[in-house]
Design a protein. Sequence first.
Length: 287
Amino acid sequence: MNTTVTTTTLKMNGMEYRCRTAGLEQDGELVIFLHGFPESSIIWEETMSKLAALGYRCLAPDQRGYSDGARPDGYENYSLRKLSADVIGFADVMGCSGKFHLVGHDLGAAVGWSVVTLYPQRIQTWTAMSVPHWEAYKWALENDPVQKQKGTYVTKFMEPEVPESLIAANDYAVLRHLWEGFDQETQEDYMRIFSQPEARTAVINWYRGIMQVEEQIPYKDVETPTAFIWGNEDLALARAGVEKSHTYMKGYYDFHELNAGHWLTQFNEPEVSEIILNHIQKFPIEK
């Protein structure tokens, strides 16, 4: 069984997305992986290989703004509704018109919570990493002093042009500090994206679009089988939002608090992959 992760281009809605794939020649269930900021689809390679070895079909896109061919102008094009619709589009392009498994980290998790809300009929299982239920996160950002302190960068990212300059300053010192300890291949893949001025604006537009576009997404209790992985030393996500997130879980729910930081796939991959796999295997898709 071929477990090699390969890179390909998917065309969707007039845009082209750079994607990593594994096991696509198989006939197993589809698993879509969503990266966060400042990352790329490379964070999922080890997990994808493990799932492909068990027959799953895996897709991890460099999402809107991160792919050279999918970088529309204007933060209104990076709203949660648009980013969520992309996820469904990826499944459709893969020939999956029914249910699939979804995994997301960081802002990829923010998108995933929206997908589960807007398209619950399409998601068999949902695994969120780091970012709690989006309503819980927003509540914590407004009400919890610890989360307010951890989230000061979110407000800074609302400003025009300033954050783009900030992350590029001093040879990308801010980003290189965040990526400390990452392997060379990962850092080079990230710099392939963040060294482009138009890419820096596009990825910051995720924050502008997510926080500033009024969409009235009807977030509610989650009945989709959900696993949530959180590191209690996370630099950006505090406990208050995580605990409030639990109150939205009305279906099967599997919470894992790790003695870990934010970069779960980089420094805790074996444990994370095992949690993801176990969760997916508990809920096979009926044919």
